[in-house]
Design a protein. Structure first.
Lengths: 384, 177
């Protein structure tokens, strides 16, 4: 998903969940920041590098794909963009090494989603925004894993877009190009994807790189053969998935506001969107790579005014000028702590499932502090 | 990394350093040694790919090509092992051009990192520039195989040092409930 959904749609969802416009803006700002909080960004602010929630293309090209490098990549991408659906998934007649990767395939309504939303409970608007980003991505990024893997994430020439013309559904082969500076052209069916690499751990095989940005567009329906799928074709219906994501965000945000006692998986607040269901359908099905204007218009309809545009530098000065001991109380400080808590939780769950792809996790309660120094500030954050 | 993996990394790093020192001490037949190392690497890579196919890629759509690639790599490794008299000048030239190109890419990446505001851009540019300068230096002395052997050894030692640094780096994440 892109800024249109993570920022503007999340803003709408927060409003519908009952947050004020100011609170909604903080939530959607945090949701969008997940796609921009790289080590480069953190380095500029002299913030803890362990709070990285994404990696820039440049950082990915430079990072080593040795064991610790892969673990670092997996922690970031599995925790924030490709939350695993089932860490105990079963697949017969395969090696443990294969199974470990297979179990990291992202999907909605997994146990980790409930853990993620519960972790954000009573932890502020930044944590809520992070959780909404992750929740939304479980729908968009389903069927791909947040770790470099040829055997899981690869795609091949069998890739078709389903286009409805005059009420008739037609299949159009998708043409992929590899030029990262070029733009997708939905009219001609030309999309950009990562280069095919036969190396299992090549960075080109991370997430949905091999399917380009198709999973991020709300309008598109396509079918393809996922590398892990035993030659079974998968139909990805993004308009339906994005609608589910939107309605689930509203429900989850209502839970975070205290409207419900428990967070239940597979529950969607359809009622909240019933008054503008047709408009929502129109936005999600419109063939465009950037739906910001339509979501802005919906926000205007819901709230009476548009949310201000996303500005990455909005809270930088507050963080930079804060005294060292007070940085944790700033907007960005709270965001970084929530991000580290999420990363710590997901890594722990993956580790305890017997899977070392995200590296080692040390239980503080049992073994004390034996890990990366950055995480020390979590002790206070969890207590608060 | 667990303790076993850390110990393994340290041992491999020391073996690489030891190999480099031996190579520096006896540089005359260095290019033959490098060719032997390359062919051994290819054979091992072929075997590794075969293992990869049987444990992972056989489950993958289109995984059969991994099997073919493994067999071809293995075959080339064995072939290289039998060919010792490669025209040295061309091999050296090829290796140096590839290296210079990687230095050029390093500089471009560094400049892009600067555009993103990354504080590490100077280091990346410095690395790229050093690679290019060293390559030019080697090109001047391209007739001396020893120079390339020294250069090769320096690269090996730097990679061993990176392994050592990785082995001692704290990498566990703490989970606080």
């Amino acid at each position: 998903m892109n800024i249109d959904f993570h920022y503007y749609a999340t803003y709408c969802a927060a409003l519908l969940a009952g947050y004020t416009p100011e609170e909604s803006l903080d939530i959607c700002y945090s949701a969008q920041l997940v796609d921009l909080c790289s080590r480069t960004f953190l380095g500029k602010l002299k913030a803890p590098l362990s709070a990285a929630t994404t990696q820039l293309q440049l950082e990915l090209m430079e990072c080593r794909t040795d064991m610790t490098g892969l673990q670092d990549i997996t922690r970031i991408w599995a925790s924030f963009h490709f939350l695993p659906a089932d860490l105990y998934a079963v697949k017969e007649h395969c090696s443990k090494r294969y199974l470990n990767k297979y179990r990291l395939i992202c999907g909605p309504n997994g146990d980790l989603l409930a853990d993620t939303v519960n972790l954000a409970k009573n932890k502020g608007l930044q944590a809520a925004g992070i959780a909404m980003h992750i929740l939304a991505d479980t729908w968009a990024h389903r069927y791909f894993a947040g770790t470099p893997s040829l055997v899981i994430n690869n795609t091949d020439y069998h890739f078709f877009e389903l286009i409805t013309e005059d009420g008739v559904v037609q299949e159009r082969p998708v043409s992929f190009r590899h030029n990262p500076s070029a733009a997708d052209d939905p009219k001609k069916g030309i999309y950009i994807n990562s280069v095919s690499q036969n190396s299992e751990n090549s960075i080109m095989n991370l997430g949905h790189g091999r399917a380009g940005h198709l999973p991020d567009y709300s309008f598109i329906r396509y079918k393809y053969l996922p590398a892990w799928g035993d030659f079974d074709e998968i139909l990805k219906d993004n308009p339906s998935d994005f609608r589910h994501a939107f309605c689930q965000m509203i429900y989850a945000l209502k839970y975070l506001r205290g409207e419900y006692e428990l967070f239940e998986k597979d529950r969607y607040d359809e009622e909240a969107v019933s008054s503008f269901s047709d408009e929502l359908h129109r936005i999600l099905n419109k063939r465009q790579t950037d739906a910001c204007e339509d979501w802005k218009a919906l926000a205007l309809h819901l709230d009476g005014h548009e949310p201000e545009p996303f500005d990455l530098t909005r809270y930088e000065e507050e963080y930079l000028s804060a005294e060292p001991e007070k940085k944790g109380s700033t907007f960005l400080g709270r965001f970084f702590q929530a991000a580290m808590a999420q990363k710590s939780m997901v890594t722990n769950k993956i580790f305890h499932s017997g899977n070392l792809l995200a590296g080692f996790s040390v239980d503080f309660d049992r073994k004390g502090f034996r890990g990366i120094e950055d995480f020390k500030q979590l002790i206070q954050y969890i207590k608060d | 990394m667990n303790k076993f993996q850390r110990i393994r990394e340290v041992i491999i790093a020391f073996l690489i350093i030891l190999f480099s020192i031996i190579l520096i001490a006896n540089p005359d037949d260095g290019h033959v040694t490098i060719a032997a190392v390359l062919s051994t690497t290819m054979i091992l890579a072929g075997l590794r790919q075969l293992f990869y196919y049987f444990t992972m890629a056989r489950h993958m759509v289109g995984g059969m090509r991994i099997l073919f690639r493994a067999l071809i790599t293995l075959d080339f490794g064995l072939l290289t092992f039998t060919v010792v008299d490669i025209p040295r000048f061309y091999v050296l030239l090829y290796l140096l051009v590839v290296h210079a190109f990687s230095g050029f890419i390093g500089i471009l990446r560094g400049l892009e990192a600067k555009r993103f505001g990354s504080p590490s851009w100077r280091l990346i540019v410095l690395y790229g520039a050093t690679v290019i300068i060293l390559t030019i230096f080697c090109l001047i002395y391209v007739k001396s195989a020893n120079m390339l052997v020294y250069y090769y050894c320096a690269s090996l030692i730097s990679s061993a040092l990176v392994r050592l640094r990785t082995a001692f780096r704290k990498s566990a994440i703490v989970y606080i409930q």
